[in-house]
Design a protein around this ligand. Structure first.
Ligand SMILES: [Zn+2]
Length: 178
């Protein structure tokens, strides 16, 4: 096994946390699941998960909606303090832009990407993502990201299955000419 493919040893207790892309650096991610999305609102200085239009307080639901996607993944951790390079399980948080980049593949599970933040042409925060070599070999392990996201937002009332406001993609299909 190449050093850069090192995984936590079998049986190791690993704390899985939500990983949002740091402001700097290029990060390599291997997805271990498909992604699912939620809507968040900003309430009293913190981000809260939308419980869905039927359960979300109306005043809150009318505030700005920010999309967040989540997926089980592994992030490649650089060597630090004597710890070698290794893949660490995480719940990867996809911004709207990240989701858009990733939606170019039909199935996200077991694909490998690099992501980095950058500045867009209008000074906006952008995320650049690129799919790199396909992930080969057996899937190392599985875990459900939803309970970890529930813990992050301290609620189980989360309306999953949301898509970013860029909306459903329009796919044009050729129509047979009569
Ligand atoms: Zn809401």
């Amino acid at each position: 096994m190449r050093a850069e493919d090192r995984l936590p040893p079998p049986g190791a207790a690993v704390v899985v946390q939500v990983f949002s892309l740091p402001k700097t650096g290029k990060w390599t991610i291997t997805f271990l699941s498909e992604a699912d999305g939620i809507i968040t609102h900003w309430d009293r200085k913190k981000s809260v998960a939308c419980a869905g239009i039927d359960q979300c307080p109306m005043a809150l639901h009318r505030t700005r909606q920010v999309f967040k996607g989540y997926a089980s993944a592994m992030v490649k951790r650089p060597a630090q303090n004597g710890t070698p390079v290794c893949w660490h399980p995480c719940v990867f948080e996809l911004t709207e832009r990240c989701w858009e980049v990733c939606s170019t593949v039909e199935s996200l599970c077991c694909t490998r990407w690099t992501f980095e933040r950058g500045c867009g042409s209008y000074g906006t925060q952008e995320v650049y993502g690129e799919q790199i070599e396909p992930f080969v070999g057996p899937q190392p392990f599985r875990f459900d990201f939803r309970p970890i996201v529930e813990r992050l937002y301290r609620t189980r009332d989360i309306a999953w299955g949301q898509v970013p406001p860029f909306g459903e993609r329009v796919v044009l299909l050729p129509v047979p000419v009569a």
